[in-house]
Design a protein around this ligand. Sequence first.
Ligand SMILES: [Cu+2]
Length: 278
Amino acid sequence: MKRQWVTGLIAIAFAVSVTGCTGMSHDQQSPSHQQHGGHEHDHMEKTAAVKTNWSFSPQQPKAGQSASLSIQVVKPDGKPVQDFAINHEKKMHLIVVSKDLSFFEHLHPQYKGNGSFQVNVPFPSGGEYRLFADFQPKGAAQVTQMQTVSVSGPKPAERPVQPDANLTKVVDGKKVTLSFDQPFKAKKPVMLTFSFSDAQTNQPIKDLQPYLGAIGHVVILDQSAKEYLHVHPMNENTTGPDAQFHAEFPHSGVFKVWGEFQHRGKVFTVPFVIRVAP
Ligand SMILES: [Cu+2]
């Protein structure tokens, strides 16, 4: 599963686990990926080769400001893709991270018609950011495309991505613990369990609310922000105190895991950094 990093616009592998998934996660690769040469005509019909054109205004975003981003999804012949499936209540999900993964934002670009989506993206500081757009042309496979953007302005020192010694965090008065059914190992399916309790009283939290139609969402990136996994829960309808997600790490190394949940009308994000053994 080694793939080359090409600066600019490339499509990357996308592994997603769906509800009720039985232990397999599937990968979808863009037709631009090497394995897909240009000779798989019939096969590609269904997986719809699409391209995305990204444009920022201002062209080089500035630290401390939002930039307007437009993403147009086009077919190989340049014609816009017109219809998009709705996944988790949205036609497009956009994840924005700083290169050191310290900044994370999950946005939903608005569909403007003619294959074009628009969203304002906040860039708190200068430096490199990576954006992952996740969408599904109607009748085709889900696609994830990545774009790198350089933001001008003061750059904070990069913080190394360090595995957490302790997988319990407190966010918004909630204690969140990440546990797993077996050690993290490359290409081995693993169940991630997020457990929630009140940080003050230690009482389990049983009234989590659906966020985008599920108990929560988990986004996983490897340390270099090349490998993106968007993981959906095993049981979408639970309300806590546990939320389980099925994941499969494509390779060994350090990964950052962001869980997004909703409680009492407020969405909160809890990040963990883990190490996956070979
Ligand atoms: Cu989303």
